[in-house]
Design a protein around this ligand. Structure first.
Ligand SMILES: Cc1cc2nc3c(=O)[nH]c(=O)nc-3n(C[C@H](O)[C@H](O)[C@H](O)COP(=O)(O)OP(=O)(O)OC[C@H]3O[C@@H](n4cnc5c(N)ncnc54)[C@H](O)[C@@H]3O)c2cc1C
Ligand code: FES
Length: 267
């Protein structure tokens, strides 16, 4: 059982909820890796898998960024501070961290798909000296759908880091790039051989960014992404989320493109 301690409007139809476990002992011992998710219960309505968007470096609370798209998420959007929700987890494998130390890191995110990336980016910025250049490319359909504006501003001001934004459909105030997030790739200057790319977003975005990265010379092992599947149990019991012989809830949701190809999934 967790208490909602804060609700923020993140973007159009998207809210970020801060939660604390009711039992202080559980809150203290709850540890996770960026890229892992929880099963969130809105009591009387149901359960949905949601990525943890806060960084494990920030102890004492969890943040979940949620788009109101269906039964559970719409009901959650009606919840207020001091209301109670259920959380079980953390589940899934999470992103590699120690394994990519010393490398350039390229993040490519789309819309609310950046929620798990935010957790990893903040963890990396907490240990900034362990990584070479960090490039963050982020896009949304329109300016009102860009999430994590304060984080993006902070990341962009850090040495040896860059943030490039784009939208598909600008409004009158937009002065930045217009186009899909892949259109930002030619604007970055990195040594591809020493770079690992993390891509999160809608499947169509992942598909096209992946093609762009392969064309730029990235190897399959250098591309890490997350897979979304309709999940029920989250713990490898119901069989809803398999890709080949793997369950996304247990062996994923984070996979390298190489692993996905070996599983027969060509995204
Ligand atoms: C690992 C993981 C992490 C995730 N992280 C996040 C996150 O951080 N934030 C976030 O907002 N979402 C996240 N999601 C997505 C979220 O779990 C889904 O959108 C979930 O379905 C929402 O539950 P709901 O009850 O609100 O919506 P649902 O009622 O399940 O509906 C969601 C959408 O799916 C459609 N749908 C409903 N039933 C079916 C069906 N049987 N087959 C196909 N489509 C159907 C609906 O039309 C609607 O568009 C994540 C999903 C996974 C697997
Ligand atoms: S969600 Fe049940 S097996 Fe993965």
């Amino acid at each position: 059982m967790a208490i909602i301690t804060k609700v923020c409007d993140e973007a159009a139809g998207i809210k970020t909820f801060t939660l604390e476990f009711k039992e202080p002992e559980i809150q203290k011992s709850f540890d996770y890796r960026p890229g892992q998710f929880v099963e969130l219960t809105v009591f009387g309505v149901g359960e949905a898998p949601i990525s943890i968007t806060s960084s494990p470096v920030n102890k004492g609370y969890l943040e979940l960024t949620v788009a109101a798209v269906g039964k559970v998420t719409r009901a959650l959007h009606l919840r207020k501070e001091k209301d109670v929700a259920g959380l079980r987890g953390p589940y899934g494998n999470g992103f590699p961290f120690d394994e990519v130390k010393g490398k350039n890191i390229l993040f490519v995110g789309g819309g609310i798909g950046a929620a798990p990336l935010r957790s990893l980016i903040n963890q990396m910025f907490a240990y900034r000296d362990n990584f070479a250049k960090i490039s963050i490319l982020y896009g949304a359909r329109e300016p009102g759908l860009l999430c994590f504006i304060d984080d993006l501003e902070g990341w962009g001001k850090t040495e040896n880091s860059e943030v490039l934004l784009t939208v598909d459909a600008p409004d009158a105030k937009w002065r930045g790039n217009v186009g899909v997030v892949g259109s930002l790739l030619p604007k970055i200057d990195i040594d591809i051989k020493n770079t690992v790319a993390f891509i999160c977003g809608p499947p169509i975005m992942i598909h096209f960014v992946l093609l762009d990265l392969l064309k730029m010379g990235f190897e399959e092992e250098q591309i890490i992404t997350t897979m979304e599947r309709r999940m029920e149990c989250g713990v490898g019991k119901c069989g809803h989320c398999n890709i080949g012989k793997s369950y996304v809830c247990l062996d994923g949701p984070v996979f390298s493109y190489h692993q996905l190809r070996e599983l027969g999934e060509d995204i």
